[in-house]
Design a protein around this ligand. Structure first.
Ligand code: ATP
Ligand code: MG
Length: 414
């Protein structure tokens, strides 16, 4: 229903380098994001190589089912730049020397005190009937053409030239044709600790307003729920977000631009709490995250990377006997690490982690991914047992993130 309000817009990226993984197609994502911010939506994106027939075929196919096609790449001066010729093929015309384009090239060369070679002149060979865009930044000439009911926009592949011409030529043209649209309101709810499938089940029966579209986006280790609504439906979006917020409860840790690190920092400040850390399997990752924020000295006192058993005893006063009896990876040792850190540093709250990140070191009783996270404050010390999936790096990331999330819950409940 929503889509019927929008012109159908397609993006076509041209270049062999896009098809062999050499260059990531950031042009397409930039166009998609920019149009979205202006209330337009891209319905499909395609990539083709520097092949005249393939480009012509793609243009014809996309034009047949779109109102506008935005093409980038292949407008340069070299033999492999064949987009203009392909455009002419698709439109059933031929390329001719475009005087305006030639003047642009001559002017560009004059400003840079360069000769205009015949090779450069190739860039002024444009399809008959093309209307030129201004390119203040480079030699390539962007242009527009009609094909059946569709408008085709051709932009250079060089990202910064393309971006400028999109903003200055394509967007105004779309606005002239389809009117100004407010930006589509959207909001991102960031969750942790709720697997995507569980979240899907939880939200399945939610009576979201029909205008509100909900998308799941895994940004390891976070799960983002992106809610979008058509322009002018901000209140509806807010209503939808409130429903989701209520349903996901404590799993929601941040919204939009907020991050877990920022949320934890703000809670520490608000509680006037100080923090110390005792890390084993994360090797200082949590401390690195905490201290990457400017102003962290207001709440962060110290962190110890106590990897060996000896270090746990020497730096955190964990009794050697306890480690021997329970194992370094145990709830008891996690608690002793956190209380030791808190006692020795004088912090309000201490967090500890000890676990088996793998790939070796697992056992039947404590497989790889077994992690204990301890948290000590003035009144108590608790340890949570976790079993994380994935390789060493993912186990470590999950450990650090879970520790921050536990700290967040603790600070909220204080
Ligand atoms: P030029 O006048 O520079 O030749 P052009 O229109 O022919 O312009 P291309 O040769 O296709 O553009 O690309 C120029 C450069 O821009 C490429 O080397 C590549 O690094 C970058 N580029 C091209 N297409 C894309 C894209 N879709 N996403 C990101 N970068 C791109
Ligand atoms: Mg080129």
């Amino acid at each position: 229903v929503v889509n019927e309000l929008f012109p159908k817009i397609a993006v076509l990226s041209v270049g062999n380098e896009l098809l062999c993984g050499e260059v990531v197609d950031t042009n397409a994502s930039h166009i998609e994001a920019t149009l979205f911010d202006h209330g337009f939506r891209v319905g499909e994106t395609r990539s083709v190589g520097d092949d005249r027939d393939a480009i012509a075929e793609a243009l014809a196919a996309l034009a047949a089912r779109s109102d506008a096609v935005i093409v980038t790449g292949g407008l340069g001066p070299t033999e492999d730049d064949v987009t203009a010729a392909a455009a002419a093929d698709a439109c059933g015309t031929r390329v001719i020397l475009n005087p305006e384009a030639l003047a642009h090239l001559a002017e560009f060369a004059r400003r840079l005190k360069r000769e205009l070679h015949p090779e450069n002149e190739r860039q002024a060979l444009l399809p008959e009937g093309a209307t030129l865009f201004d390119n203040p930044l480079g030699t390539a000439c962007g242009f527009t053409l009609r094909l059946d009911e569709a408008t085709l926009y051709f932009l250079p592949g060089v990202p910064y030239e393309m971006e400028r011409m999109l903003e200055e030529s394509v967007l105004p043209s779309l606005v002239r044709r389809y009117g100004h649209r407010g930006a589509m309101p959207r909001t991102t709810l960031k969750l942790f600790g709720l697997p995507e499938a569980d979240c899907g089940a939880l939200l399945k029966e939610l009576p979201l307003p029909p205008e509100v579209e909900l998308a799941y986006c895994v940004r390891f280790p976070e799960l983002h729920l992106i809610l979008r609504a058509p322009a002018g439906c901000l209140d509806t979006l807010k209503r939808g977000a409130a429903l989701v917020r209520e349903r996901v409860g404590k799993h929601l840790f941040a919204e939009d631009g907020e991050t877990m690190d920022a949320v934890v920092a703000a809670l520490l400040l608000k509680n006037k709490a100080t923090l110390s850390l005792a890390e084993s399997c994360t090797g200082g990752m949590i401390a690195a995250r905490i201290t990457s924020r400017a102003g962290s000295s207001a709440y962060f006192l110290e962190g110890a990377v106590t990897y060996s058993n000896h270090a746990k005893s020497r730096l955190l006063q964990v009794p050697a006997k306890l480690i021997e009896a329970k194992g370094a990876v145990s709830a008891e040792v996690a608690c002793a690490m956190a209380s030791g850190s808190r006692r020795l540093s004088g912090s309000t709250v201490a967090v500890s982690v000890t676990g088996i990140a793998g790939p070796d070191g697992g056992s039947a009783e404590k497989p790889v991914g077994t992690v204990f996270i301890g948290l000590a404050d003035a009144s108590r010390c608790e340890a949570k047992k976790c079993l994380f999936p994935g390789d060493r790096e993912r186990v470590r990331q999950l450990t650090a993130f879970t520790a921050l999330d536990l700290l967040r819950s603790h600070l909220i409940s204080r």
